[in-house]
Design a protein around this ligand. Structure first.
Ligand SMILES: C[S@@+](CC[C@H](N)C(=O)[O-])C[C@H]1O[C@@H](n2cnc3c(N)ncnc32)[C@H](O)[C@@H]1O
Length: 340
């Protein structure tokens, strides 16, 4: 491990992360079969094989270039790590669900949510350049009933948009989003074209929070090659980390405020640090004993890189089958007894 910058090694030590979890070069990368079949992928990539634990996921050699393939350009396949998909699967989506993705860019989970089915999807991200990538994903995969907002997820407060028939008393787009108020940065055609209604709370909320990305060794290597000192001073300094924990808790709090009673919120990060996973969720639960319960996330049986702990959450170690290290917590909003 002496190849790592000292700040990263110190970060691992301070966070009780065993450097061994990163051992071994990943042999695979993974794609979700958005519109293609396994055979279509195998025609281009003969080594492609089904992921052993996730339906509609295919593993291809790690060195496989995908961005220039027509399967990708035509929106047939969605490159995505299996651990990320687990976060989305734990939302327990239904076709009637209005879903909020509070840290949505570049839009990978957004695309999977859309494919699995939802009544409407709202994506929010604070970074304009990253939201542009989410717009490209929305266009490439033709994601319907979608709005994307450029906003701070800690303060965002626009409810879901229900598209209605012209015979109801629904309002046109320009009345729903008057100039000067919160307006989508991008929305799919149906949202603009058909009358609708905005109501208050979402059925499902995903908070895939900003984190130190240390679960993704690919990301750490990229940072080492490009702009490690910026990344280091921003993310791994004590001040940077404190700011990050506050951001993560703030995003979780606001996501929860926008969730309806009975609804499910999934909080996830690609960090192996318990300060960004278990501790954030514990702080949140301490403040929400009266209106939240934490449920053990679902995971396909036999997945080898799962770390079971006393904490009611899911941890995945970086591995070939998971793609990266990941943390997932599933929180359900209960009725607030204090309000009764
Ligand atoms: C882990 S990435 C999300 C990845 C995304 N869910 C996906 O699957 O493609 C975290 C995102 O949080 C965004 N972010 C950071 N601070 C934010 C804030 N205050 N409000 C909303 N988004 C924020 C970052 O710009 C970044 O795109």
């Amino acid at each position: 491990m002496n190849e790592w910058p000292s700040a990263f090694s110190a970060f691992l030590a301070e966070n009780d992360i065993d450097p061994e979890v990163y051992q071994g070069q990943s042999c695979f990368r993974h794609v979700f079969l958005f519109a293609a079949l396994l055979g279509d992928v195998q025609e281009t990539i003969p080594e492609a094989q089904p992921h052993p634990f996730l339906k509609d996921f295919v593993s291809v050699p790690a060195a496989q270039e995908l961005a220039s393939s027509s399967l990708f350009k035509d929106g047939q396949i969605l490159p995505m790590e299996p651990c990320s998909a687990l976060a989305v699967l734990n939302l327990e989506l239904t076709p009637a669900a209005h879903v909020l993705d509070l840290c949505c860019a570049p839009g990978t989970k957004l695309a999977l949510i859309s494919k699995l089915g939802a009544a409407s999807i709202t994506g929010v991200d604070i970074a304009r350049h990253r939201l542009s990538a989410a717009v490209s994903v929305a266009k490439r995969f033709h994601l319907p009933r979608l709005r994307l907002f450029l906003a701070d997820g800690r303060a965002f407060n626009c409810g879901p948009h229900l598209i209605e028939s012209p015979t109801s008393n629904a309002a046109p787009y320009r009345e729903l989003y008057p100039t000067g108020g919160p307006r989508p940065h991008y929305c799919s055609t149906a949202v603009k074209r058909f009358p609708g209604r905005i109501f208050s709370l979402y059925d499902r909320v995903l908070v895939d929070a900003q984190c130190t990305h240390d679960g993704s060794i690919k990301h750490v290597r990229k940072m080492m090659a490009a702009s490690w000192s910026d990344f280091d001073s921003h993310h791994y300094s004590n001040d940077g980390l404190k700011e990050l924990y506050t951001l993560q808790l703030g995003l979780l709090e606001n996501g929860f405020a926008l969730l309806r009673p009975g609804g499910i919120l999934v909080y996830s990060t690609c960090s192996m640090s318990k300060y960004q996973g278990e501790h954030i969720v514990d702080q949140f639960m301490d403040l929400h004993r009266h209106d939240a319960t934490i449920e053990r996330p679902n995971c396909p049986d036999g997945w080898p890189s799962i770390v079971q702990s006393d904490h009611c959450s899911l941890r995945l170690k970086p591995s070939d089958l998971s793609g990266g290290g990941f943390f997932i917590a599933k929180i359900r909003k209960t009725h607030n007894n204090q309000d009764k």
